[in-house]
Design a protein around this ligand. Structure first.
Ligand SMILES: [Zn+2]
Length: 391
């Protein structure tokens, strides 16, 4: 395979030279060790006086909620802590958060934690300011009224939700993950303090880090990619590819943690501009049916998706431009990284029933993200990808 030297000049039938784009940066990024101490000052700058701090019990137990609350109160920002966020938040979780927000009479949100906390805060913001049900905002740009300012403070390096205008909220009755997006839902400020990510348990570091890496790889090749998203994807890949092995080996390495914090955020910006692909489409049904953690489900499927997409010449050239190796060697290296992270490598190891492959494949093909994959991917293709990941 011939690596293409200039992937910005990626010549495809539907995109002759440079893909057009409309890019509006929405989130101010404040990056660096210790920057969480600026939470109060920054909240004041965007007019916050009384906030709901949305977080989960684990992050609260690590002392982060109390510390951020102290920073906010020191700047005379009244702070009510809601620490009942659950992983993969559903409609019911947003309703609980909404009740707390209503009771408190707030003028803004601080989301503190992983993607689940940030998504719960965003979901709650939709309902508090625009009314109705979560389902009403499924899609893009459905909120007609202004929303409250959100400040995002991630404590993991993974989802990149701090740089996105989407809240992913599950419908517990249909198992669907609703992507509710609106430019107004994006955080006004994201504080990227790598020191906060030191408290991630090793498994969270691994799962979140693989998720961030997958965002860089998927966004680099999706159909809506453009020169801006590709810039984010490349730098996100460079940062995550070099720093993820380092944080897995030495969790206390602050430089490597900083690289992952920034890499995950830049990958989030890439998603905001170019969406995701088949690895996410294949992972979501695994999480819905077998409760496999997102990052782990991604890790299981991504090498196979790389090999599948590598048969597309443009995608192959883009992978080569990231790592100077084509899709197949890149997939092999990724599998070594999964071993280093202690991730299971087969679906059978994770309790997935072989007989469920047709149902999983059908659901994967219906995922929104499947439509952005560089190669068309049918239910039959997904069945083959699951088969490949089986042993
Ligand atoms: Zn993801």
């Amino acid at each position: 395979m011939n690596p293409r030297p200039a992937p910005f000049l990626d010549r495809r039938e539907d995109s002759p030279v440079l893909a057009p784009f409309d890019h509006q940066p929405r989130t101010r990024l404040v990056f660096g060790p210790g920057t969480v101490e600026r939470a109060g000052e920054l909240a004041r700058q965007i007019g916050l006086r009384k906030v709901l701090l949305v977080t989960d019990a684990g992050v609260a137990a690590a002392g982060h909620a109390e510390r951020v609350g102290r920073c906010l109160r020191a700047a005379r920002v009244k702070t009510i802590i809601f620490d009942k966020v659950r992983e993969n938040p559903a409609v019911r979780d947003v309703a609980d958060c909404l009740a707390a927000a209503r009771a408190a009479g707030i003028d803004g949100f601080v989301g503190l934690g992983g993607g689940s906390s940030l998504d719960t805060a965003k979901g709650c913001n939709f309902l508090l300011t625009n009314g109705g049900r979560m389902r009403d905002y499924w899609g893009v740009g459905k909120a007609t009224r202004p929303m409250l300012p959100l400040m995002a403070i991630p404590t993991t390096a993974g989802t990149g939700s701090e740089c996105q205008s989407f809240a992913l909220i599950a419908d517990e009755t249909t198992h669907q993950k609703m992507a509710c997006g609106d430019p107004k839902a994006a955080a006004r400020i994201a504080i990227l303090d790598p020191l906060l990510t030191l408290s991630q348990p090793p498994r969270v570091t691994a799962c979140a880090g693989l998720d961030a890496l997958s965002h860089a790889l998927e966004t680099a090749v999706t159909k809506p990619r453009n020169p801006i998203s590709l810039g984010y994807s490349r730098e996100a890949f460079r940062l995550c590819w070099s720093n993820l092995p380092r944080v897995l080996r030495r969790p206390e390495d602050v430089d490597a943690r900083a690289g992952m914090s920034l890499g995950a955020a830049l990958a989030g910006l890439a998603i905001e501009n170019s969406m995701l692909g088949a690895a996410h489409a294949a992972a979501n049904p695994l999480t819905a049916h077998f409760n496999i953690v997102h990052g782990q489900a991604i890790g299981l499927m991504l090498p196979h998706v790389l090999r599948f997409n590598g048969r597309d010449p443009a995608a192959s050239g883009l992978y080569a431009s990231l790592d100077s190796s084509s899709a197949a060697p890149l997939a092999d290296k990724l599998e070594s990284l999964l071993d280093l992270a202690g991730m299971p490598r087969s679906l059978s190891q994770c309790g997935v029933k072989h007989s469920s492959i047709p149902v999983l494949a059908r659901e994967a093909a219906q995922q929104w993200t499947a439509s952005f994959n560089p190669r068309p991917v049918t239910a039959a293709d997904f069945a083959r990808l699951y088969e490949a990941a089986w042993e």
